[in-house]
Design a protein around this ligand. Structure first.
Ligand SMILES: [Zn+2]
Ligand SMILES: [Zn+2]
Length: 254
């Protein structure tokens, strides 16, 4: 109760924009969002930028993705790269466990994601919303999972909208091992690197069958982590798997 009062009081105070330092009500001002988060055409299944009217990139046409769709809000580039780093830093500074952390940046990122109608639609159709889990040692070291923070903000009640039926679940998908950084690896190496990185909680596997699942991550490089998680969900019978990330590394070829 007391915490909620403090949060309400804090949200009513003016705040400095994390990008341009202008004063406003939110951590990101509308002008910066408009300037740096303009929507671009992207491949339906790997979210790499596309020119022309094609729905999928050549790589996804050649090797169809295990994902039904992948939607991202922005490129992992200025200013979002430093804000994502700040999300981790702020959260670490405020952390009181997995659910701790300063939610204001995650809330802004979720708000930018919700400006994309495809993301709103994916959330409306979902049964389960799953943040991509960190391996246990990584989670213990960091104290929280920023994908979880963004997922929670994506499902936060919106004024004037009916509450989504989707539920946030962190008990279905397990990260069974940490993986080496994906940077610099080729397509086949990345897939091998991610093999068996995820599994379903055996006791809850049946809940995934025939369900519509939305996976949430903060950043995706090549979607190979999201694809590995999706493959585990597919093997348990998930009917639809859509991945959402706030940002995607722009230069990486799929
Ligand atoms: Zn600004
Ligand atoms: Zn693609």
């Amino acid at each position: 109760m007391f915490t909620r009062l403090i949060a309400q009081a804090a949200s009513a105070l003016p705040s400095q924009c994390a990008v341009c330092r202008g004063w406003g009500r939110e951590r990101l001002c509308a002008q910066c969002v408009e300037r740096f988060a303009a929507p671009v055409a992207r491949c339906l299944t790997c979210a790499s930028p596309l020119t022309g009217a094609a729905e999928r990139c050549g790589a996804c046409l050649q090797h169809p993705s295990v994902l039904d769709a992948c939607y991202v809000a922005v490129d992992y580039d200025y200013p979002w790269d430093s804000l994502l780093a700040q999300l981790k830093f702020d959260s670490a500074a405020h952390a009181g466990g997995v659910s701790g952390g300063d939610p204001s940046l995650a809330r802004c990122m979720a708000a930018i994601m919700r400006q994309r109608s495809a993301i709103v639609q994916a959330l409306a159709q979902a049964d389960w919303v799953l943040p991509v889990p960190l391996a246990a040692p990584r989670l213990a070291q960091r104290g929280f999972n920023q994908a979880h923070q963004i997922a929670r903000q994506l499902l936060a009640p919106q004024s004037g909208a009916s509450s989504p039926r989707a539920q946030l679940r962190t008990d279905l998908l397990l990260r069974t091992r940490d993986t080496a950084p994906q940077v610099g690896l080729g397509r086949a190496e990345r897939q091998r690197n991610m093999l068996h990185a995820f599994a379903l909680e055996p006791a809850r596997r049946a809940e995934v069958k025939d369900s519509h699942v939305v996976l949430v991550d903060d950043v995706t490089t090549t979607t190979s982590t999201l694809c590995a998680a999706a493959a585990a969900l597919r093997s348990a019978g998930a009917r639809q798997v859509v991945a959402l990330a706030f940002a995607r590394t722009p230069a990486a070829a799929a």
